[in-house]
Design a protein around this ligand. Structure first.
Ligand SMILES: [Zn+2]
Length: 79
């Protein structure tokens, strides 16, 4: 979520492909992976928080590059 300098409106842009995601009234109306990476003391980025938004399409391509497949848990199994 960032402020568009031209329109001054809040918008969510995919960091990977640069596409502006569909949103209305501040709610994103499509799949998005929002990451707030709070790098800690033992990293080389101590004191920095990295904020990333990735659209579902880019996420699907990104995960294919992982060596270990991601764990997918049905929300029903967590109840
Ligand atoms: Zn994207």
């Amino acid at each position: 979520m960032r402020i568009n300098e031209n329109t001054k409106k809040m918008e969510v842009v995919c960091n990977c492909c640069g596409r502006k995601l569909t949103a209305s009234k501040g709610v994103v109306k499509e799949g998005v992976l929002s990451i707030n990476a709070d790098w800690g003391y033992f990293s080389k980025k101590d004191g920095e928080i990295h904020k990333i938004d990735i659209c579902e399409e880019c996420y699907d391509k990104w995960k294919l590059s992982f060596k270990i497949p991601i764990d997918i848990v049905s929300k029903n199994e967590m109840l």
